[in-house]
Write a protein that binds this ligand. Structure first.
Ligand code: NAD
Length: 331
């Protein structure tokens, strides 16, 4: 029996979290689900978008499944996602991009993983006004966090049978900060002689990913580059509605979809729950439930390949519940 925290979140969050819970339960893996809260609705109710009891629940759980949470741009409270990653030291963001048969995209054979450093870079939250009209954001890169993420990438590559890790950086211009990141990756790579290592400048990596994504296997990079390029790789396999992610630290792991709260379709039963169900697949793998993970992955692929009960964002007419029913039936 696993203790799993679930956070419904805002917008379509409750709909897609509910769908993912149903699918996990249908695998037969025993989960004791505990509800916890975060996001805009939580802020409006309690004055805190990320209450301490939610952090404590996540720390105490075997894993957590999180729905998207709304953040206002500009002013307002700090992003729950950024705060969660920093407070729980969820230092590794893991985003696979794998072609799903039946989903229209530019390529039909993609199998890539992006690993993003999750705690520093430009997301350190260190911004200040120098004089009115001039602001500075500090882009923090530390050897400790860089070596930690490089080690996570190589360990994951080894566990998943990946052949090559590519460090993506801008060390030709950001000589100190990205120079350090690249040096740390090189140093860690030396301990993994079974896995190839190379590096690529971020702008060239963006172009190469669009032209021929399969020249890469696993990519590791700092926070902002990872944020942007992992959305790009999601776009290569059909978009945000189908892309899962994992945020992993030494003491906690939070699995969530890449998409946001989709306020335009919230509460209408139109949301595609695939990304959160795929996040639950990553969670099952993390828990060591490989068989259940493979079965859910296979069920999604079956329903997608049939193409009869897919949601509106993918050109179908099925509701969130109808799609989830189909996945559960395929299981
Ligand atoms: P969004 O991902 O919510 O929506 C972009 C478009 O994609 C919309 O048209 C939406 O309807 C569609 N879409 C997204 N997910 C879908 C799904 N599962 N099924 C079908 N269609 C889907 O991005 P946004 O509009 O830029 O952001 C809205 C809010 O979400 C903001 O407050 C933002 O801060 C937040 N957000 C949260 C997370 C997170 O919690 N992980 C991530 C991104 C954005």
């Amino acid at each position: 029996m696993y203790n799993i925290v679930y956070i419904p979140g805002d917008g379509i969050g409750p709909e897609v979290v509910n769908a993912a819970k149903r699918v996990v339960d249908a695998t037969g893996v025993q989960c004791n689900w505990q509800e916890a809260h975060a996001g805009l609705a939580t802020f409006e109710r309690t004055g805190d978008p990320l209450p301490e009891e939610t952090l404590a629940a996540i720390r105490g759980a075997d894993a957590s499944l999180k729905g998207p949470t709304a953040t206002a741009s500009g002013g307002g409270f700090r992003s729950v996602n950024v705060a969660l990653r920093q407070k729980l030291q969820l230092y590794a963001n893991f985003r696979p991009a794998r072609t799903i048969p039946g989903i229209k995209s530019r390529y039909d054979d993609i199998d890539l993983i992006v690993i993003r450093e999750n705690t520093e870079g430009l997301y350190s939250g260190l911004e200040h006004t120098v004089v009115p009209g001039v602001v500075e954001s500090l882009r923090v890169i530390s050897a400790k966090a860089s070596e930690r993420i490089a080690k996570f990438a190589f360990d994951t590559a080894r566990r998943q049978g990946r052949k090559r890790v590519t460090c993506v950086h801008k060390a030709n211009i950001l000589k100190l900060s990205d120079g350090l990141f690249l040096d740390c990756c090189r140093k860690v790579a030396a301990d993994y002689s079974d896995i190839e290592f190379d590096d690529c400048i971020v702008d060239a990596a963006a172009m190469k990913l669009v032209i021929d994504p399969n020249q890469f296997d696993m990519l590791v990079m700092e926070n902002l580059f990872g944020d942007i390029l992992s959305d790009l790789t999601s776009g290569l396999v059909g978009g945000l509605g189908v892309t899962p992610s994992a945020n992993v630290g030494d003491d906690a792991a939070v699995f969530e979809a890449v998409h946001g709260t989709a306020p335009d379709i919230a509460g209408k039963g139109l949301a595609n729950p695939t990304a959160l169900i795929q996040s639950a697949v990553l969670m099952l793998r993390f828990l060591g439930e490989k068989d259940a993970a493979d079965r859910v992955d296979g069920a999604i692929r079956t329903v997608m390949a049939e193409g009869k009960r897919i949601t509106g964002d993918l050109g179908g007419t099925a509701s969130t519940t109808e799609f989830t029913d189909a996945v559960v039936a395929a299981l």
